[in-house]
Design a protein. Structure first.
Length: 91
């Protein structure tokens, strides 16, 4: 399952890379000159932020799901006791 989680990370970070490259391209015209339309640039940057947030959320959710699966399986051993700061047992 760790390999699958790694594949999710790879996919999400590749998507962020692709979004970043698209943003750069979108902020330039076909001659390679930067776009100076502030409204267009703001919208495109907002879209980019949403794309990146979506991928980051995907990665966080994948980790959460992985941890939950580990917790529910026998692979993850729940501690039988916890120690408080003072070293006393917490019940």
């Amino acid at each position: 399952m760790k390999r699958e989680l790694s594949k999710y990370f790879s996919s999400a970070t590749n998507n962020i890379y692709d979004s970043t490259a698209r943003l750069y391209e979108d902020l330039h015209d076909k001659n390679g000159d930067p776009i100076v339309d502030e409204i267009y640039a703001r919208k495109r940057c907002t879209d980019y932020i949403m794309e990146v947030k979506r991928e980051l959320t995907f990665m966080r959710d994948a980790v959460k799901e992985w941890r939950e699966m580990q917790f529910s399986s026998n692979e993850y051993k729940k501690p039988t006791s916890l120690r408080g700061i003072s070293g006393n047992q917490v019940r």
